[in-house]
Ligand binder design. Structure first.
Ligand SMILES: Nc1ncnc2c1ncn2[C@@H]1O[C@H](COP(=O)(O)OP(=O)(O)OP(=O)(O)O)[C@@H](O)[C@H]1O
Ligand SMILES: [Mg+2]
Length: 370
């Protein structure tokens, strides 16, 4: 599977753009603010039906306009597939595959998988446990629809249990029988979520460790530890926490409290990792994400590498490029604000690659490879 071409109309800083891609490596070069990330974001949109940068759909419309569209032509199993994503002010978002609208946008997820590595976005490392749960939930949900449904049902039950706790506080009363069904629901659904997360981490961990070891030439040893209330006696945990739940008016036990601890040489990466080490850990997480999807979906996801070279030393850049230029990966999109760096890196590898100049919301194939 690869993206043959894209057509943008009024997406972010693009008025109109049409680009034909290499099935292997595509490298976008240009000054800060020229539109490199926006172009990768449009490819991301075709895969996930949303922007990667948390922007609301309407914020993606070019300023002073009232709609945008992104049309991508994919080659998949010898067939051409056309994905169209469009948004207009005041209208429902449109996602179409070969001119047919989906009933639900979520049906599209996982069909044209992509993995974005934007190492400047270290939220998953430096942010809260919720950022990490979201990261892993997004990966698992792409391969397991039932997990996603359980997650949605769990969050619904959690909301109901929490509002009941608030109600008790307001009314200054407590009714055990009223709370019980919601506690049951959280325990039942939570157990299903826990089992999937536990199995997932077991498969994911060797992938992560392998990529980190390659990237760092085994300079540091990393680990990932999954912590959950469900590892202990969950019935007891809920019973024990009841008093606290009533005082704080929210549920303090459950899979919504799960944590994934990222460790490097026995220390938490979040606290003690250097900027370059944190980026390396993030890149290894994303490459493992890639491997996991590849194994489960039986296709190579599109790999989007945004500003990947900054903050990595030359040796790590070289390892990374050797890795992504190997057979293991499929189509790749890369951005770099320093053309000479990318040109010298990619001219050393044998894969077909195209360079594009991005200037002020316009993309041009760069004829010369120097
Ligand atoms: N809805 C929008 N309408 C018009 N312009 C927008 C919109 N959204 C973002 N932009 C602009 O697009 C420009 C290009 O952003 P982009 O992040 O793609 O640049 P870049 O080439 O990746 O730069 P850098 O090298 O700094 O990463 C920014 O100046 C931003 O203000
Ligand atoms: Mg950028």
């Amino acid at each position: 599977m690869h993206l043959e071409s894209i057509r943008l109309v009024q997406y972010k800083n693009y008025t109109k753009a049409q680009v034909d891609f290499s099935p292997q490596i595509n490298c976008f070069l240009g000054d800060n603010g020229s539109g490199k990330t926006n172009l990768l974001d449009a490819v991301f949109y075709l895969s996930f039906t949303k922007s990667a940068d948390q922007a609301q759909d309407l914020q993606c419309i070019k300023h002073d306009h009232d709609f945008f569209s992104i049309k991508g032509q994919f080659a998949q199993d010898g067939k051409k597939r056309v994905v169209l994503c469009a948004n207009q002010v005041g209208k429902k978002k449109q996602i179409k595959l070969d001119d047919k609208p989906y009933k639900k946008a979520s049906e599209h997820i996982g069909r044209f998988p992509a993995v974005l590595i934007a190492p400047n976005d270290t939220d998953v490392i430096r942010g809260t446990s919720e950022d990490r749960r979201k990261f892993f939930d997004a990966i698992i949900s792409q391969v397991d629809q039932r997990y996603l449904n359980n997650l949605i049902a769990y969050n619904h039950a959690l909301k109901q249990r929490n509002s009941l706790l608030k109600q008790f506080a307001e009314d200054d009363r407590f009714d055990k029988d009223l709370l019980e069904p919601f506690t049951r629901k959280l325990i039942e659904l939570g157990m299903l979520i826990y089992e999937v997360r536990k199995d997932f981490i077991e498969q994911f961990k060797p992938m992560l460790l392998k990529h980190y070891a390659t990237l760092s030439s085994k300079k540091e040893l990393v680990e990932i530890v999954y912590e959950s209330d469900f590892q202990g006696n969950i019935e007891w945990a809920f019973a024990d926490s009841l008093k606290k739940d009533l005082i704080l008016k929210r549920s303090n036990k459950g899979t919504h409290k799960d944590e994934f601890v990222f460790v490097m040489d026995d220390q938490p990466v979040k606290k003690f990792g250097s900027q370059g080490q944190q980026k390396s850990y993030l890149i290894a997480l994303k490459l493992a994400n890639f491997d996991f999807l590849k194994e489960r979906l039986k296709v190579k996801p599109i790999l989007l590498l945004d500003d990947i070279f900054d903050k990595l030393d030359d040796q790590r850049i070289e390892k990374l490029m050797a890795m992504v230029a190997s057979e293991a990966f499929g189509q790749i999109f890369v951005t770099d604000a320093r053309p000479e760096r990318s040109i010298s890196i990619f001219n050393k590898i044998k894969q077909e690659h195209r360079f594009f100049n991005v200037v002020n919301g316009e993309v041009q194939l760069r004829e010369s490879k120097t």
